[in-house]
Design a protein around this ligand. Structure first.
Ligand SMILES: [Zn+2]
Length: 379
């Protein structure tokens, strides 16, 4: 019974703490879960590898050569989850009708269980194309797993994959694009002084209001631009504010970070110009403070063009409309490595929330659709 296998694998995966240690002190890393998956593929006799990307942070990969060695389908899941604060028993899969509750069930251990079941099937059946099963750490933070995979595993394949399928939860639809993001940090420097003698200091907090006002203005402007047909508008928001050292001290420094969610085809010059506008707004504010902005991190958006392989999957799922995903995903890094990449996974609810669940019937549907996609290359 495929369905009970899917549930069993998911139950095993959820039972292993794979909380990303960069996001929560509960995290133990992805070594244990990567080893569990490794032994599954080992048992099937596939060529399987475990990579230690960093201490206790691991990827698992497995390759099954098909009748056509150089037609490779890349499948991918991230094995880390976010923290479990506020959840009663996050590592026990709880069944309630069609809903399977547990941390990571939806985002995205269900996709990993689907890969394991596909491996079971193709271990015993003719495989027209080659299958690369991949499981990576750290997607929820800096994607060091996917970066490692791009550098160390993808070059070992007999050919560049014709398609990458990232099994993030997409409600049974093909996610053909998603947004990217940039993180910026603005620092204002002033001079500390006694609260009773502000004229002896330079206040670093007052000028923050000009940064906030400018960010608000830019965000409003973005909301009035022509929306992307699947992703809507670009946005930005302030994420963290810090500053000052005491109630009675003129603040010597203030720091503001903001996040800009980017759309495919947005001109980087335009985003640079926005940053310059924020700097100018703070520089022009009253006072002798200094201001600087650095980009802390960024990830590109992704927009994949429909091709014959995507069309095949689309036909199998009755041409449900393509979707744009609001969140960022590792697929952007595969796309950057020139592999057309899409998202496709089950339906459910509560990614990163305390009531996370995945639909069992939807997992079955995704499993069957992907199996049919692979078998479609027989003719
Ligand atoms: Zn995810």
């Amino acid at each position: 019974m495929i369905e009970s296998k899917l549930v069993d694998y998911l139950s095993d995966l959820v039972a292993i703490n794979s909380v990303n240690p960069n996001l929560s002190s509960q995290g133990q890393g992805e070594q244990e879960i990567a080893e569990y998956i490794y032994s599954h593929f080992q048992r099937l006799g596939f060529n399987t590898n475990l990579f230690e990307v960093a201490k206790n942070r691991c990827n698992t990969t497995s390759f099954l050569p098909g009748d056509n060695l150089t037609k490779v389908l890349l499948m991918n899941g991230h094995i880390d989850t976010v923290g479990t604060e506020g959840m009663d028993s996050p590592f026990v899969l709880r069944k309630d009708g069609d809903r399977l509750y547990g941390r990571g069930a939806y985002d995205m251990l269900a996709g990993c269980a689907i890969q394991m079941c596909l491996a079971d099937f193709f271990a015993e059946n003719q495989t027209p194309i080659s299958l690369a099963f991949t499981f990576v750490c750290d997607e929820e933070d800096k994607s060091m797993g996917m970066e490692h995979l791009v550098d160390h595993f993808l070059p070992t394949l007999p050919a560049k994959p014709l398609l990458g399928i990232f099994m993030e939860p997409t409600e049974d639809q093909i996610g053909i694009c998603h947004k990217g993001y940039d993180w910026y940090q603005l620092k204002i420097s002033g001079v500390a002084a006694h609260g009773s003698r502000p004229e002896e200091g330079v206040n670093a907090i007052f000028p923050l209001q000009f940064a906030l006002a400018k960010l608000d203005e830019i965000n409003n402007r973005l909301s009035r631009e022509e929306p992307h047909p699947l992703l809507g508008n670009a946005t930005l928001h302030p994420g963290i504010i810090n500053g000052g050292s005491g109630y009675s001290v003129i603040a010597a420094d203030a720091v503001l970070t903001w996040e800009r969610r980017t759309l495919p085809n947005e001109d980087p010059k335009k985003i640079k110009e926005e940053v310059n506008q924020v700097i100018a707004a703070v520089s022009d504010a009253p006072g002798n403070h200094k201001v600087s902005v650095t980009q802390l991190f960024n990830r590109p958006p992704n927009q994949t063009k429909e091709n014959e392989h995507i069309k095949r999957l689309s036909n199998i799922i009755n041409e449900k409309p393509y979707e744009g995903m609001s969140y960022w995903a590792d697929s952007a890094l595969a796309a950057k490595a020139d592999i057309p990449s899409i998202l496709f996974g089950p339906s459910g609810h509560g990614a990163h929330a305390i009531d996370e669940w995945v639909s069992k019937s939807s997992m079955m549907y995704c499993y069957k659709s992907l199996k049919d996609l692979i078998l479609s290359y027989l003719d």
